[in-house]
Design a protein around this ligand. Sequence first.
Ligand SMILES: [Fe+2]
Length: 434
Amino acid sequence: MNIDQLVEAGRVHRRVYLDPDIFDLELKKLFSVAWIYVGHESQVPNPGDYYCTEIACQPVIMTRNVDNSIHVLFNRCGHRGAKVVSDESGNSDIFTCCYHGWSYSNDGKLIAVPQPRGYEKNSVKIGDPAFGMAVVPRFESYRGFVFASLSPTGPSLNKFLGSITKSFDDLIDRAPGGDIVVQGGVARHLYRGNWKLIFENLCDGLHPNCVHKSSIEAAENQDDSVFSDGAGEIGVRQMRQNGVPWSFWEESVGLWAFPYGHSYLGDYHDDEKLIIERKNPFFKAYYSALKKAKGKNKAEKILSIARWNTNVFPTISFMSQFRQLRVIRPLSVDKTEVLGFCFRLKGAPEAMFHDTIRFANITNAVASPVLTDDLETYDRIRRGLEAQGNDWISTGRGMGKDTEEERGVLRAENGLSELHIRNMFNVWLSYLSK
Ligand SMILES: [Fe+2]
């Protein structure tokens, strides 16, 4: 069976989640080609700061050089190939390989080798790029969000992101001080299942009332007095929000799909009652800081947007309204690592950041009563798909009822559609079949 036969209108073959050969093809033709999220510039604020991550299962490092420029390098020694930097983040003027002591500057240039005379016949020269930590072919930033591509050619980052940039704008523009920073550590977990499952799940409006039933019921049974002091209340609110009836998802929630596989799920009514943030105790102080910084009209406009999950295919999903970002890192066909980050809005009340951390604990951390149910579901999908009897997985909810809102941007019939999954697989196929 060739790759074109795995995706059909309204269904995909189960091999796309199970086959290690397909995973290898994804690394080569998708993750080594598309723009992959590396990190936020605020993770390397000072010269010498670095942050290590992966692109297509290859170790890379984002560095801040002495001249303040940001670089993305392969984390590999130019001598015998060892991974040079092993800590996930830190600060150092020099990166020294543990094996034979070759040393590099923050932009990857070879600056010193021990016993250099021994390499004379190999023509190892200080500063020679052939012996440096190689620079990743392309890297660019959108308002502080750094992406890189292992392909020297292809669309620019701007073209790749298209109008999904509005979700990034929505996150950044909420900061009264005009900027955001990553803070509060990382909520990290691993799940047994294919990496595509989380992208399907995060814009899936139908599942909360099934998968998250136990946490919804627990929150509904909670006494409302929990709202009086602010402690823990975002969790209860969010879990109750998950329990809104399916009619709400049909009438008040929209789902949009974009070129290159991106999507977002959100409220399209601009109804202040639907915007969970306004119910928070710190909202008054935050709103007045935002109004002071941006003016009343702009502040109102910023707050009238309620984007929930934005998927930037194939590596991140973020919640601008709740200041959360998940990085999805494929490890193998049935193993995926997810890293959850929080953003602090500059100029916002301290209580808002505390709320951001609470929100992360309730949705993105391993002790979350919400996340655990999603992870159980991914595991059951992995097991269930191994069963024979039906090779096909349905992706057809809402099919044929999408409308083109702007060029290439589709709006689903409602927030219960599977448009984002169909869109993802169409794009997936176009990468893999090239
Ligand atoms: Fe969920």
